[in-house]
Ligand binder design. Sequence first.
Ligand SMILES: [Zn+2]
Length: 934
Amino acid sequence: MEFREIEEKWQKRWADAKTFEPDVSESRKFFLTAAFPYPNSPQHIGHARTYTTTDVYARFMRMKGYNVLFPMGFHVTGTPVLAMAKRIAEGDKEIYEIFKNIYNIPEHIISQLTTPEKLVDYFSKEIELGMREMGFSIDWRRKFYTYDKIFNKFIEWQFLKLNEKGYLKQGSHPVPWCPKDNNAVGSHDTQGDVDPNIDEYVLIKFKFGNYYLLTATFRPETIYGVTNIWVNPGVNYVRIESNGESYIVSSDAAEKLKHQMKLEVKEQIRTVDLIGKNCKNPMSGEEIPILPAGFVDPKNGSGVVMSVPAHAPYDFLALRDLKGTSFESYSDRLIQVIELAGYGKYPAKEISEKMGVANQQDGKAEQATEQLYRAEAHGGKMIVGKYKGEKALIAKEKIKQDMLGEGKALLIYDIINGPIYCRCGTLCVVKRVEGQWFINYGDEGWKEQVRECLKQANIIPKKTIVEYEYTIDWLKEKACVRASGLGTPFPFDRTQIIESLSDSTIYMAFYTISHYLKDVDAEKLSPEFFDFVMLGKGDAKGLSAKTGIEERLLNSMREELLYWYPLDSRHSAGDLVHNHLTFLLFNHVAIFPRELWPKQIVTNGFVLMEGKKMSKSMGNILPLREAIKKYGTDVVRFSVVSGADLSQDADFNPTMAEGIASRMGSIAMLVERCSEFPADVNSVDRWLLSAIHKKVKLSEERYKNLELRDIAQDAFYGAVNELKWYMRRDGKNRKVLREYLEYLILLLAPFMPHFSEEMWEKLGKKEFVKGSDFVSIAEWPRHDEMKIDKVADLSEELISETREDIENIVRIRKAAPRSIYIYCASDWKRKLYSMAYKEKKFDVVMKEAMRDDRMRADPDETQRVLQQLIKNVNYLSPLVLTLRQEMEALEGAKKFLSRELNADVYIMPEEKAQEAHAKKARQATPMKPSIFFE
Ligand SMILES: [Zn+2]
């Protein structure tokens, strides 16, 4: 098949007919969006997963009769585009190589992409072309870029609203930071797109001579259980001076702390001058020893650790590891601080021993730590100290505040999922920025509403709900501006730019009106304008007088917003749950009334290339447009959504792609030849119709949870197998075949729209649709319950299994039979079968069977058959054919069986068996006839 030709033909026809450019109408609407792309490189096949999932869904809903809007824009906010343009301008070899070798961009074009505007222009066109070639049913009229003036006005308005609600804050604030760029960093600025997570550490001061050892901990409440201090003999320590005090920390920690406090590094400290000496616990005043431990990471916290062996597995293990050294005498001391249900006095010891953790280097130590940390945080109760009896989590906060107030501790921040590197290659740190603006996602009242919003939304897959809940709990302040980058200037400090995760939370609303604003002067888009269009505040007349925008236009925009909003479905890859998708909930809750909150969020997995993650270093990136050229759009579309369950990673490989293309060819051939078939009636006809109506019925159910894999597998691979079986069984009815193909093409249309349009046209399907010939907007098929034929289904199952059984016997006997006798089980056995299916237990069924005259007449035989049935009781089905139906089915397939097995075939009830076959014939059970060869 000439895929490319078919694709271009239908893409042009859709565009000419404006099939995917919906306006406000009387019909029910469905508005869905996928995360807009960041145009700093071309798309590869991995990008196709989310967009294809969204498009399949959009096409399905359209066929269900909805007026569907699927828009697209481009996200250009932040520094990556700037950085990329700069690297090209500097002639960066690596970038040139990637663009040239992976994406086949000619060198003379690369060398022109030296400004952010040119870069964005080139790659957004490239991405748009790819999306058009993929046949995505996008309304391109509504396209915008996040640096468009009109969009800037919208984001400005959003931030004014956030400020009105008190959700914007300014202050000294820890942010993830690139020391080289002197700029805050978010997930879009880091290598591998990792979102840096910041958490606070408490640095507790342990007096050591005239200095303090600064130990970093997440659990200040365990200060009462400290038995010693850990330093790592293999690490460089330094003495720093800050605020008139001297502290000892690792030299790596000193580097990090510079960004959060004023300090001076005074001198190196040798670990031999520390280990074996004592320091003082600030809480108890007790003298405790300083001991060596290899697990202490100089890059983590302060590089000095307080040891609480009763509650921290690492500390327990490190102490145990001291056995046999000169520090052995310290190794048995444990002090309980927290009481925890299900554990004894020393939970860290218990869990380490239970999990069989070998030593402090064992990977299981981390698992043990996490598990215990979580358990004690949620269920632990203090049994010592000032807050005895309080929950550990509450005591932790109080003890922290006490120590900070008494000058016994400091607060610092660290990236807890580090090390994370900036795109420039520098290690990211935490910087305390004065006057930093942030969105306060830590606001409890706000969180409470977001939890409600989450509850009313449909989350697919369901299992991700907990991830949203966790993120809502965990989120705190988020820095929302950067010193540089593309985007919207921050309205309260125009030297700052709103960063990329903060300007992409409610932009879906902007799609509803963006196409009206193309010719409107951005300066007219005052906050009152958006108050009216987005929230219905004020009146069109007054606003028109004020802004000079026509009243009619204002009303149209308001109408459009109200028609399309709320968003019916949001789509993205699963990695955005922890930031973007949760921010989306927060911001909708903050700005829009409850009835406009998002109704559904769907996340999906990634695409692997022949089982491996795609990466530049692996050299296995397949650019999307290249894949389309090579395999055809519909094959690519089908591959990325049919290969795995929604949340799993799908795998793309050429063999599978070729298999899809060849099956499409088989379907196409039948469509072409369908009318040449005679109108012969055969028992297999009913089965074929039953199969397609079952498919239709099932897929409708499966779309509710977007089980695209199951729908696709069943509709496509299942159908090809069924059609093959139909032909093999001498199915020849053009009417039946045509009905099957019509339904099949409708089912395939969301997945393979170009192929389906072509087939639809070949079938001459015009009367099927109202107003247009496109299958893309044809009515979604309704199954006919009357055509789902259980007897036909069971009959074909019987025929195909009987054929297989016979083949297996032939294989074992290694001799081909001349005649095959097939004996079907008597009806009394079917009665017994149903009893066995219902009651499952031998004794119960046997008792019941003895009430039946036929079975009571021959109890030995009844018992024998029942034993046979009970042995396979888990495989019995709720429904079996009667003797007459079984005979009819096999009789109808006699010619088929005879031809396939190359032998004469005789079919009869077991009672009619001749003397020599009688014993064998009695082995027959329902749906499993007995077979005799001659
Ligand atoms: Zn950097």
